[in-house]
Design a protein around this ligand. Structure first.
Ligand code: PEP
Ligand code: MN
Length: 266
């Protein structure tokens, strides 16, 4: 099927001085103190363009921490005020969109468990009609390029032009080295079909473990991804979600420094 997307370049909605976009922050907003301290440390390191945090957490099984919800949004607002960094959060339904916009969130992303459902995606697209906010679409949990493209098309047809994709890897039936298999070829195909679409790598959810973050991030940059979204927590081992894949802001700063960007260094 022939496809095209009407996209505004990343540089038209965020200035990264020609460097890859770096979105960093905790998997989840847990407490006001955790959000503010992590954000201050990220700001201090100086590498991030955008602060991320999960407020509504789609958990595979019930009984895990499902996010602080609306209560966390004023903490993020305060972190933005203190650091000057724009905010990115995950939204999964129109009410999330409304609340995110009410609290001044700058960038929205759609999670892997939402991208799989065209009804959910269409509801989000309808809620975003006439709203000029950038939206990043994570790949669906299953390795289905058409589903990923379909979600991007639904948003684009609703008028979302500040659009990007996040490659976070795909579920496995067996134990594998990575938490979610990168299956790089799927993202390469997406980039080939839509050369103007920014693609951002999510090493955290692909690697699943700190030890593998560097190699995944480097591969994404070698493939000319436009940026990285990486989880960072002031005290990763004590994180309420995704503890084994998060880095302290200082460790993330060091890792980013070691990465080679199009043969230039950060
Ligand atoms: C997240 O970014 O913390 C998250 C829940 O991601 P994903 O949708 O990729 O699982
Ligand atoms: Mn996470």
């Amino acid at each position: 099927m022939n496809a095209s997307l009407d996209i505004q370049p990343l540089s038209s909605w965020i200035n990264t001085d020609g460097k890859p976009l770096v979105i960093a922050g905790p998997c989840s907003a847990e407490t006001e103190e955790q959000v503010l301290e992590t954000a201050a440390q990220i700001k201090e390191e100086g590498f991030a363009h955008v602060l991320r945090a999960g407020v509504w957490k789609p958990r595979t099984r019930p009984g895990s921490f499902e996010g602080m919800g609306e209560a966390a949004l004023p903490w993020l607002q305060a972190a933005k005020k203190e650091t000057g960094l724009p905010l990115a959060i995950e939204v999964a339904n129109p009410q999330h969109v409304e609340l995110a916009l009410k609290y001044g969130v700058d960038i929205l992303w759609i999670g892997a468990r939402t991208t799989v459902n065209p009804f959910n995606v269409q509801e989000l697209a309808d809620a975003l009609k006439g709203v000029d906010v950038p939206v990043l679409v994570k790949n669906p949990v299953n390795p289905d390029l058409q589903l990923w493209i379909g979600a991007l098309e639904r948003l684009n047809q609703a008028g979302v032009k500040k659009l990007g994709a996040i490659h976070r890897g795909f579920s496995n039936a067996q134990e594998t080295k990575f938490r979610n298999s990168p299956m790089w070829q799927i993202a390469i195909e997406l980039k080939t079909l839509f050369p103007q679409l920014p693609v951002i790598g999510d090493p955290s959810h692909m690697a699943g473990k700190r030890a593998y973050l560097f190699e995944v991030a480097q591969r994404a940059l070698d493939l000319n991804y436009e940026g990285l979204i990486i989880e960072s927590h002031r005290d990763p081992d004590k994180a309420w979600s995704d503890a084994s894949q998060q880095l302290t802001p200082a460790a993330l700063g060091e890792m980013l420094h070691e990465l080679h960007v199009r043969r230039k260094e950060y």
